[in-house]
Write a protein that binds this ligand. Structure first.
Ligand SMILES: *Cc1c(COP(=O)(O)O)cnc(C)c1O
Length: 430
C-alpha cells in the first residue's frame, strides 16, 4: 500500500510506502543490499541520468529499502517527500544546503540538542554560513534577528534536553511573514506526538537514531519536505528556482513542483555530499517505526510517573518535564503535542556537580550513555559529557547547568525505574 492519508497512524506506521516485493512476494521489505541497478538499455540510462525518468541508478542516491523508509516517514509527518541521511546531523546539513551559501545566515533557537549548538555555532562557519541564536519565547527577538541574508528559521518541537516546547505556530507565522522556510527538528516528539507541518513547518528533520528506530541500533537521519513552500517567490533560493548547471539548466522547483526540494536533495545533495543512509540501517528503522505509537504512548506514561515522583522528592531541586502540571509549557503541550511531551527531561540534584556524577555511577537499570529515545532508560550528566564543549552561558541556556541530570525514560516497568533512582539518589546525596 502507498500511504493513503485516510488511514490512521497505527496503520500507516506499518504499511506506508511498502508493498509485497514485486519479484518474490516477500511480505517484509527486503534489504536491497546492492550498489548499482542494471539499466534496461542505453536510452533508459540516459533518461535516468537526465532526471526525465525516476528510477534507481546507484545507492548513494537511491535504494529501494531506503525509498520505503522515505515514503513511510514522509507519510507519517504529512509531507510530500523525504531524504534519508546517514545521521541526524547529516540531515540538518542536508536541510540547509539548498538554502544557504557564503554570507547567508539561519536564525536558530538557543534551546537545541548540544551537538546541534556546536554544529551551528562552530562548524557551519567553515562553509561561510552563520547561525544567529535567539530565545524563541521572545518573538520580537526572533523577528529582529531576521535580515536580508537570512534563509531559514530552525528550532526543535520538544527541545532536547530542557523540557521546552516551542510555539511552532508563532515561529511559522514569523517565517511566513518574512518569506522564509521554518525547519523543525522533531526528533524528541516523533510524528506520533507532534506533526510540525500541521503547525506551519516547511521542513522537518529527525535523528532517526532516537525514538524512530527506538532501540539504539542505528545512526540515521531524515529531512521531510511539506511541499508547501514557494521557492520561486523570491530570488533567495536559486538552488531550487534558478537553472542548475549540472543538469543542463533544469530548474528544480519549476520542473518538480512540490517535490522540488526532495529531488534536489537526492539529485544534488546526496549525489555530491554523499551523506547516504545504508539499506541495513533503513531496515532497522522500518522495524522500529512499525511499533512507534505503542512505544511512544508507553514512553510518555512512564515519563509522567517518574517525573511526578522526582518532583515530590526532597533530594530533587526541580524537574523540567513539559508533561508536568507545574511546567510553564503545560498549555503549549496541549496545543503542540497533545498526546504527551515525550520521555526526555532533566532534573536538578541537591549537591550539584559532584552529586550528579555520583548519581550516574550509582544507577543499575538506567544506562549511562550519550543517547536518548531508546526502549531502555538512559541517564547522563550533560555538563560533564554532551554539553561540555559549550560555554557556561550556553550550558545554562540549553538547560544543562552543572546540577542538572538528563533522563530518557524507556518502556520498562515504571516502578522499577523509580526504585532505581531512589537508591541512586540515596547514595549520591549521602
Ligand atoms: C541526536 C540528535 C541529533 C543528532 O542526531 P545524530 O543521529 O546523532 O546525528 C539532532 N537533534 C536532536 C534533537 C537529537 O536528539
Amino acid at each position: 500500500m502507498t500511504g493513503s492519508p485516510s488511514y490512521g497512524f497505527d496503520t500507516l506506521q506499518i504499511h506506508a510506502g511498502a508493498r509485497p516485493d514485486p519479484a518474490t512476494g516477500a511480505r517484509q521489505t527486503p534489504i536491497y543490499q546492492t550498489t548499482a541497478y542494471v539499466f534496461r538499455d542505453a536510452d533508459h540510462a540516459a533518461a535516468l541520468f537526465n532526471l526525465q525518468e525516476v528510477g534507481y541508478i546507484y545507492s548513494r542516491l537511491t535504494n529501494p529499502t531506503v525509498a520505503v523508509l522515505q515514503e513511510r516517514v514522509a507519510t507519517l509527518e504529512g509531507g510530500v517527500g523525504a531524504i534519508c541521511c546517514s545521521s541526524g546531523h547529516a540531515a540538518q546539513i542536508m536541510a540547509l544546503f539548498p538554502l544557504m551559501g557564503p554570507g547567508l545566515n539561519v536564525v536558530v533557537s538557543t534551546r537545541l540538542y548540544g551537538g546541534s549548538i556546536t554544529q551551528f555555532s562552530q562548524t557551519i562557519k567553515r562553509f561561510g554560513w552563520e547561525a544567529k541564536f535567539v530565545d524563541t519565547d521572545d518573538l520580537a527577538a526572533v523577528e529582529g534577528a531576521i535580515d536580508d541574508n537570512t534563509r531559514a528559521i530552525f528550532c526543535e518541537s520538544i527541545a532536547n534536553p530542557g523540557g521546552y516546547v516551542t510555539d511552532l505556530d508563532a515561529m511559522a507565522a514569523i517565517a511566513d511573514k518574512a518569506g522564509l522556510p521554518l525547519i523543525v527538528d522533531n526528533t524528541s516528539a516523533t510524528p506520533y506526538l507532534c506533526r510540525p507541518i500541521e503547525h506551519g513547518a516547511t521542513l522537518v528533520v529527525h535523528s532517526m537514531t532516537k525514538y524512530l528506530t527506538g532501540n539504539g541500533t542505528v545512526t540515521g537521519g531524515v529531512v521531510v519536505d511539506s511541499g508547501r513552500f514557494d521557492w520561486s517567490a523570491s530570488d533567495k533560493f536559486p538552488s531550487l528556482s534558478a537553472p542548475e548547471p549540472a543538469y543542463h539548466g533544469l530548474k528544480f522547483h519549476e520542473t518538480f513542483g512540490p517535490l522540488g526540494f526532495t529531488f534536489h536533495g537526492i539529485a544534488v545533495g546526496l549525489r555530491d555530499l554523499g551523506m547516504t543512509l545504508n539499506p541495513q540501517a533503513a531496515h532497522y528503522t522500518l522495524m522500529g517505526i512499525e511499533t512507534l505509537s505503542l512505544r511512544m504512548a508507553r514512553h510518555v506514561e512512564n515519563a509522567e510517573k517518574v517525573a511526578k515522583w522526582l518532583e515530590d522528592d526532597p533530594r530533587v531541586e526541580f524537574v523540567t518535564y513539559a508533561g508536568l502540571k507545574s511546567s510553564p509549557y503545560h498549555d503549549r503541550v496541549a496545543r503542540i503535542c497533545p498526546k504527551g511531551a515525550s520521555s526526555l527531561f532533566t532534573f536538578g540534584v541537591k549537591g550539584g556537580y559532584d552529586a550528579c556524577v555520583k548519581l550516574v555511577d550509582s544507577v543499575e537499570i538506567f544506562s549511562h550513555v550519550a543517547n536518548l529515545g531508546d526502549t531502555r532508560s538512559l541517564i547522563i550528566h550533560s555538563a560533564s559529557t554532551t554539553h561540555r564543549q559549550l560555554t557556561p552561558e550556553q550550558q545554562e541556556a540549553a538547560g544543562a547547568a552543572p546540577n542538572v541530570v538528563r533522563l530518557s525514560i524507556g518502556i520498562e516497568d515504571a516502578d522499577d525505574l523509580i526504585a532505581d533512582l531512589d537508591q541512586a539518589l540515596a547514595r549520591a546525596t549521602a
